[in-house]
Write a protein that binds this ligand. Structure first.
Ligand code: GLN
Length: 224
């Protein structure tokens, strides 16, 4: 099947909707005034400026990409200009090297270790300044997160903490091992939208939305 994926000026960001935290990314993009939609099948890739691969379980999302036969169309859309942001499990899927496993999409030259901090119980929150992204500290939520433990020469490291890298990018791919969509901060969604070439409304902002409430998941886990 030949799909023509890109028209003149794509302006929508998709969220891969196979498994994981989809709704929270949609919500953050909509708060920024960015058109966003769920991406489940090949036809959903048409005219995407960018795609977010959410957190969840990388082995599960990887299998579903094959079962639903959309891995090739995702790669084709990327070759035609669609930028990609992987959060947590999404970052694992995008990595060139995954410790002890074969890589899935191999789109960014990073080496990543799954569950680098330990089990689900070792999940935690903190905050850090990411100067390229925002002038204010950004809240970070790590949930059974991976660690980026090596990067190629052309990779721009956005955030390094202790012995691991928490955020990095190349020209077309952004990876974060934490979950901005589970905080009230819009800065990384704004950063990705700009990376995708989208123009944001003049009144859009990247600071914590005072009206935002953490999702039931984070409240239950007692980490927000
Ligand atoms: N530990 C998960 C994995 O290896 C990622 C967890 C997450 O996305 N929060 O896929």
């Amino acid at each position: 099947m030949t799909l023509h994926l890109v028209s003149n000026k794509p302006s929508v960001i998709g969220i891969l909707d196979l498994q994981g935290g989809v709704h929270e990314h949609l919500d953050h993009l909509e708060r920024l005034g960015v058109s966003a939609r769920r991406v489940k099948q090949a036809s959903d890739f048409v005219d995407l400026a960018g795609l977010i691969i959410p957190g969840g379980e990388s082995s599960c999302i990887s299998r579903l990409l094959n079962i639903f036969e959309i891995k090739e169309v995702l790669l084709q859309a990327h070759r035609e200009g669609m930028k990609i942001w992987g959060t947590c499990a999404g970052a694992i899927l995008l990595a060139r090297k995954v410790v002890g496993e074969t890589s899935c999409l191999d789109l960014i030259d990073i080496k990543i270790e799954r569950n680098g901090f330990g089990s689900q119980l070792d999940s935690f929150v903190s905050e850090a300044l990411i100067p390229a992204v925002s002038a204010k500290p950004i809240p970070l939520t790590f949930i059974r997160a991976p660690k980026i433990i090596g990067v190629g020469k052309e990779i721009n490291v956005l955030l390094k903490i202790d012995d691991y890298i928490a955020a990095a990018e190349n020209e077309n791919i952004l990876v974060t091992v934490f979950h901005p969509e589970l905080t009230g901060c819009l800065a990384l969604h704004r950063y990705f939208a700009i990376k995708c070439g989208l123009k944001l409304a003049a009144n859009s902002h990247d600071y914590i939305d005072p009206l935002w409430k953490s999702s039931s998941w984070t409240r239950q886990a007692g980490i927000a």
